[in-house]
Design a protein around this ligand. Structure first.
Ligand code: SAH
Length: 204
């Protein structure tokens, strides 16, 4: 089923073999509520705890491909959620730092990733708008929730030469790549439209 999911994602235009290999490897059904387990290898988003979602595999693959992660790269992820994207970044050999604002999900996913043997460098309970200044700068930054604007703190925590992938917009989002070309300059490229749960500012 994983093989078929990777094929489906490839048929939609993903060509990065390392990303496809990771999809072939990661047991997505374990990242989901058991009531959705039977659907885990469909190319769909599903509800997880705390009213959040595990992103659609195509979306995860699209963002991961765009990020161009090299082995050993220091990557900041905003929105740990189920941990599926975190696991994929680990499979790509990244040193992963991930932030989640929902305490319930943070705790659950931290325990879960440990149990199935994924070892992100650091999982943080906090507000992704602020990034993780204590570990900055990062080679890559990936936002996995819909951001109404690009948070200034994240731009500041990106290395020169680094890439920030962020879906920008309210109801639907434009996938946006920001490459930091110098201390002061960023080069922006926009990709298609996607739908994410919102990147929320206040903790509840
Ligand atoms: N990468 C996840 C996607 C989960 S959906 C996965 O593969 O499952 C987006 C996640 O972003 C949710 O878990 C949500 O709680 C979280 N989120 C929303 N606003 C946030 C913020 N300000 N800081 C950190 N995480 C946030």
């Amino acid at each position: 089923m994983r093989q078929q999911l990777a094929q489906l994602v490839a048929s939609k235009g993903i060509t990065d073999e390392k990303v496809l290999d990771a999809i072939r490897k990661i047991p997505r059904h374990l990242f989901m509520d058991s009531s959705f387990e039977d659907h885990a290898y469909q190319d769909k988003a599903f509800p997880i705890a705390a009213d959040q979602t595990i992103s659609q595999p195509y979306t995860v693959a699209f963002q991961s491909e765009l990020l161009q992660v090299k082995r050993g790269a220091k990557v900041l992820e905003i929105g740990t959620g189920s941990g599926y994207q975190t696991a994929l970044l680990c499979e790509l050999g990244a040193r992963v730092y991930s932030v989640e604002r929902q305490q319930e999900l943070f705790k659950k996913t931290k325990r879960f990733l440990e149990n199935i043997g994924y070892r992100p460098r650091y999982l943080s309970f906090g507000d992704g708008y602020k990034g993780l200044p204590q570990f900055a700068p990062f080679d890559r930054i990936l936002v996995t929730a819909g951001a109404p604007f690009v948070p200034q703190a994240l731009l500041g925590q990106l290395k020169v030469g680094g890439r920030l992938v962020i879906p920008v917009g309210k109801d639907s989002q434009i996938m946006t790549l920001l490459e930091r070309t110098s201390e002061r300059e960023f080069h922006k490229t926009e990709y298609g439209e996607f739908r994410f749960v919102p990147l929320l500012e206040d903790r509840n």
